[in-house]
Design a protein around this ligand. Structure first.
Ligand code: GLC
Length: 746
């Protein structure tokens, strides 16, 4: 080929490839450009400083390391974030220190705003009982608006850990046992916290935690080992994290547990292969409190320097309170044990969020005391908390329609150790305030009852003590009353982090108190308050009515009285199975059939069942009553056979057959009858929460698409397999009313 032609061809080839490359690699955004420009100015020490997070002293949420140089470190640019510093004034004061550093890189202020900031909302497991995604999003939205007005940029929520073990105290912090419901709730909470996007003054960064499978700690013992198949990990525990990532969650937090022998904090498979690789996640990962250093007692790192190396290599971008990075990373890079690009990648991820939050324009934009005063604890926020609290209450029993209470009742005895408790109503992981106003059950009743109703009160007994000294007064009060309302359960801090229990009965002698009051012959309504499912078989058998109220937050008492008097018709459904016995745990509805399923409670010979108790829970996932009643009928599948990728439309009719307007959560479950791997007997794949007036009917329609029929096959490939499926529609996982069959053919 003549030389000139060759040159032209080469030139064309070069230009074309440059054009292609430019097309493939998206142009940097303005903020990414700014990150690059800032990164180029940073020393290695300043880069490592961005990966370092310290706690404030007053609100420590983990074992505190005495750190006398904390504020000097901030001034020297050795700190990227503070947790547990809150309030417009305090955050401004600490930010001012950071602004004295050479490059004036603003700090991120973070806090566990899990279920409310100034106004406390119901604990997350209670909110999950509402099955009301808009209410759950609204709860997070109010929390974010208040926190952002108080100098907070970043909340360590939502906790999206699936859990099937109520011995684990942190079950209170999640959305229960189900992957489908948990994934939808994860999305709702991320939307609520991040609102219209980072940079808005009422938006905070959310944080999907704890990555991953922390809720599967063996024996429900917090921080314990997790060991599971890849199939279980991908099918049950990862989807809520993927949902949060798809919803745009700004950050992730890893978890304390080891997963199949490798601590999550040092787990490349989780943090690099899955999160930053397969999922192409652009945000950053913060370690859990001290979890980098804890790889030493895990027996995974010989010292803190190795822990730092393992963590940064595995993809943990920011070090919460281990001091591992700030003490070792500079040296590790200089020794060429840690490539600089790993540090740069972590710094980029963190700086990008600071730019997106607008902190470089104005580091103090969230620390405005006038705005804080205006927004926190408003009547509007308390009203929102009341509405979510009402929706979170689950009616477990209502014998002879004892509830709702009549406004004509003359005397109500309010009995039990939680009847007048204010502080317990907040639940674990609430933000502590000096002058907090949490409405007790007793106060809620006082706010509700008419002037002709007399309230009598007796504590009866303590939460955990065994003294019956108060029984006589309780019985006396019951005898004088038309009806007894009892408030029993745990204290707020008997569930939460580090609060695993081997026995999950109602503590102490509270059930003895219920028995003694019941013996008076008066009708007894029992309100059970706890952060986890409790076991209360005697009460379940003998109480006339039972409401499970969890921990309902600031407006607890007003929500409870509103439901007791029927101003709000309860519609909550359990997001987690309630065992009859600890011996049944782990217990969950989406179990496998096994080769020897027990056909009924008497079929126990050589069956996959216990000989001393049925397999069934005391109360099932999806269970909850109403003051009205509903019927479900007219199931229609638009096809009996569908091709791969074809949708199935399922419809049915819901009718309110009772005397009260009310909401029903109609649940759609699917069973894949046979497949290349065993499949659960049922899986929740859709639900609708519908309000109907008495006598009103509504036709509901559900779409079953390919995604809902997919699972991981023997080769761990996600997809469908042809064969027979069952559609089940009911008002609880253990109360299927309509059944239909269809076939997937291809
Ligand atoms: C705690 C928790 C985590 C929390 C963090 C900061 O130990 O495990 O959920 O966000 O530390 O308080």
């Amino acid at each position: 080929m003549p030389p000139l032609k060759l040159i032209w061809s080469l030139l064309f080839f070069l230009c074309f490839n440059t054009f292609l490359y430019a097309q493939k690699k998206p142009a940097l955004t303005k903020n990414e450009d700014r990150v690059e420009a800032l990164l180029a100015k940073m020393t290695l020490e300043e880069k490592v400083g961005q990966l370092n997070q310290y706690t404030g002293e007053r609100l420590a949420t983990g074992p505190v390391t005495v750190n006398s140089t904390k504020y000097a470190d901030i001034k020297e640019g050795k700190v990227g974030s503070m947790l547990n510093v809150r309030g417009a004034k305090d955050t401004r004061d600490v930010q001012k220190i950071a602004m004295q550093s050479r490059l004036k890189i603003p700090l991120l202020f973070s806090l566990d705003v899990i279920h409310g900031y100034r106004v406390t909302f119901p604990i997350p497991l209670a909110e999950a009982s509402s099955w009301d995604l808009k209410a759950i999003e609204q709860s997070a939205r109010v929390a974010a608006t208040e926190a952002a007005a108080s100098g907070i940029h970043w909340t360590f929520a939502p906790m999206v850990d699936i859990s099937r073990d109520p011995r684990w105290g942190r079950v209170m912090e999640g959305a229960g046992e189900d992957t489908y419901l948990g994934s939808l709730i994860a999305r709702a909470r991320v939307r609520g916290f991040q609102g219209k996007g980072l940079g808005n003054l009422d938006a905070v960064m959310a944080c999907a935690k704890h990555f991953a499978a922390y809720g599967a700690a063996i024996a429900g013992r917090d921080y314990n080992t997790v060991d599971m198949s890849d199939r279980l990990l991908w099918e049950v525990y990862l989807p809520p994290f993927k949902a949060a990532a798809d919803e745009g969650v700004a950050t992730f937090m890893n978890s304390f547990n080891d997963l199949n022998g490798i601590p999550a904090t040092g787990n490349r498979y989780l943090q690099r292969d899955i999160l930053k690789g397969k999922w192409n996640y652009p945000g950053f990962v913060v370690s859990d409190w001290g979890s980098i250093r804890e790889m030493i007692p895990h027996g995974f790192a010989k010292d803190n320097k190795e822990a730092a190396l393992l963590a940064i290599t595995a993809g943990s971008d920011m070090d919460m309170e281990s001091h591992s990075y700030i003490e070792n990373l500079v040296q590790l890079v200089k020794e060429q044990k840690v490539p600089l690009n790993l540090v740069d990648d972590a710094v980029r991820r963190i700086l990008l969020k600071k730019f997106e939050l607008g902190l470089f324009e104005d580091p103090y934009r969230f620390s405005n005391e006038a705005r804080e005063k205006k927004i926190l604890n408003s009547d509007e926020n308390r009203k929102a908390a009341l509405e979510v609290a009402e929706k979170s209450i689950v009616l477990l029993k209502n014998q002879n329609q004892l509830l709702p209470l009549s406004k004509d009742l003359k005397t109500i005895a309010v009995i039990g150790p939680l009847a007048k408790s204010n502080n317990d109503m907040k639940g674990f992981w609430s933000v502590t305030w000096d002058n907090d106003k949490l409405v007790s059950l007793y106060e809620g009743l006082q706010n509700k009852v008419g002037k002709n109703t007399q309230l009598l009160y007796a504590e009866g007994c303590g939460i955990s003590d065994t003294s019956k000294a108060g029984f006589a007064a309780a019985i006396e009060a019951a005898k004088k009353a038309d009806i007894v309302v009892m408030a029993v359960g745990e204290t707020f801090d008997m569930s939460g982090e580090g609060k695993s229990r081997t026995s999950i009965g109602i503590p102490g002698i509270q059930e003895d108190l219920i028995k003694a009051v019941k013996a008076t012959g008066k009708p007894v309504v029992v309100l059970i308050m706890a952060g986890r499912p409790l076991i209360f078989n005697w009460t379940a058998d003998h109480a006339d009515a039972i409401l499970y109220t969890w921990w309902l937050g600031s407006e607890a008492g007003n929500a409870m009285s509103s439901v007791l008097y029927g101003d709000y018709n309860p519609a909550g459904k359990l997001p987690i199975s309630f065992p009859r016995s600890v011996g049944q745990i782990p217990i969950y509805y989406s179990a496998k059939n096994t080769g020897r399923p027990s056909l009924n409670e008497h079929d126990i010979a050589y069956r996959s069942t216990y000989i001393d108790m049925p397999n069934s829970p005391r109360y099932a996932f999806g269970y909850g009553l109403s003051y009205t009643s509903f019927s479900l009928s007219d199931l229609v599948l638009n096809k009996s056979k569908i091709g791969d990728g074809e949708n199935l439309t399922v419809s049915c009719t819901l009718k309110n057959t009772g005397n009260y307007a009310g909401e029903e959560v109609v649940q759609l479950y699917i069973q894949d009858i046979f497949a290349s791997v065993t499949r659960p007997v049922k899986e929740l794949k859709d639900f609708q929460k519908v309000m109907l007036k008495p006598g009103e009917s509504k036709t509901l329609s559900f779409i079953v698409d390919k995604e809902k029929l997919s699972f991981y096959n023997q080769q761990m490939k996600w997809g469908t397999e042809p064969g027979a499926f069952k559609i089940m529609i009911g008002d609880s996982s253990d109360h299927i009313i309509l059944k239909g069959d269809f076939e997937l053919v291809y």
